[in-house]
Ligand binder design. Structure first.
Ligand code: GLY
Length: 347
């Protein structure tokens, strides 16, 4: 089954979800754009799997291609790689009527998107996400960024893609741990306000799961493109998740950390009468199905301390996303002084 989601932001674009999208990306892109030069950006893990196939499909449809492949890993999402990419684009040279294709996971999408936002003051880019996490989260919504030594995603821009092609066949080659990491974000949408996700998890319907997550993200991004309000609901589990990720020195996957963060805030909500206990049980059952952790050995004091460094903190206030079951999740502003007691309740 193929799905199309239209996203109406400052730029309107479509997200196509179907098996086999990679091998027909040239034909698909020809329906949206005139033939031009396309710089395919990918990393050393994904390029050997899909780069030649994307090139062949684009060239058969009349696009010229060139490629920039960087070393896989978050450590490459930095100013040095971005500079290399900018200089490569200038050497081609890529012009304003050309475009970038981001072929890979979240790092590739964020780096390519930021290059597209800034090179020549902006060129078009197409996302072809190959990980579950990138399909359901980072490829949609236009958040692009690189990391600085001082922290993740500190330099970036909102820049919406011109098209997103999710080929769900790619998920078959994902290592189990990476698939689980993406499932934590899928489960997150179920907890935010889309309970059908839990039914689809039981049915193992991956295309429909990806579709439902993207619809949920679309709703938030359309309502709040620049992240000042409801889009923040997408951070469910992330405040304490990021804290645990940092305390574990990034040895925990992002998904595992978000899983722990979701359990902490949901248990806190249950104990304060904000969320029915069934929802916590549903969450834990879904996380366990994908071997995701539901607890941590870090103390409440350490987690609270690390959470105070969250970049979404505003002065001494921090906005937490709290699930409330059938009514969806809500944003609650708390003082950073309250964090330790919140984590103690949820841990
Ligand atoms: N990843 C959360 C957002 O795009 O807002």
């Amino acid at each position: 089954m193929a799905y199309t989601v239209t996203v109406n932001t400052s730029k309107q674009y479509e997200v196509l979800i179907e098996k086999g999208g990679i091998d027909k990306c040239g034909k698909t892109m020809l329906e949206y754009f005139s033939p031009c030069t396309v710089c395919i950006v990918s990393d050393s893990n994904v390029a050997p799997l899909y780069l030649e196939r994307v090139k062949a499909s684009l060239e058969t449809s009349g696009f010229k291609t060139c490629e920039f492949v960087f070393e896989a890993g978050e450590q490459s999402k930095n100013p040095a790689t971005l500079l290399e990419l900018w200089r490569y684009l200038a050497s081609v040279p890529l012009t304003r009527s050309d475009m970038i294709v981001a072929l890979g996971g979240g790092v590739t999408g964020d780096l390519s998107g930021f290059a597209a936002a800034t090179y020549l003051r902006g060129v078009k880019y197409v996302q072809i996400p190959t990980s579950l996490l990138a399909m359901v989260d980072s490829s949609v919504g236009g958040k692009t960024a690189i990391d600085l030594p001082e922290g993740k995603n500190l330099c970036g821009a909102f820049c919406q893609p011109s098209l997103v092609i999710c080929d769900t066949n790619c998920l078959a080659t994902l290592p189990k741990k990476e698939f689980s990491c993406g499932m934590a974000e899928v489960i997150k949408y179920g907890m935010i306000d889309r309970p059908v996700i839990f039914e689809l998890i039981e049915q193992n319907d991956v295309e429909r799961l990806v579709y439902e997550c993207i619809c949920d993200k679309r709703d938030k991004v359309e309502a709040d493109e620049f992240d000042g309000g409801v889009r923040q609901l997408l951070n469910l589990g992330h405040t304490f998740g990021h804290a645990v990720e940092k305390l574990a020195d990034f040895t925990l996957s992002h998904g595992a950390a978000v899983a722990i963060g979701m359990v902490i805030i949901t248990r806190y909500a249950v104990k304060n009468g904000l969320c029915p206990e069934e929802d916590l049980k549903l969450l834990i059952k879904a996380l366990e199905k994908y071997d995701l952790p539901t607890g941590t050995d870090f103390s409440a004091q350490k987690i609270a301390e690390a959470a105070k460094g969250d970049k979404k903190r505003k002065g001494s206030a921090i906005t937490l996303v709290v699930p409330t079951g059938k009514n969806g999740s809500v944003l609650i502003k708390k003082s950073t002084d309250e964090l330790e007691s919140i984590v103690s309740t949820g841990i």
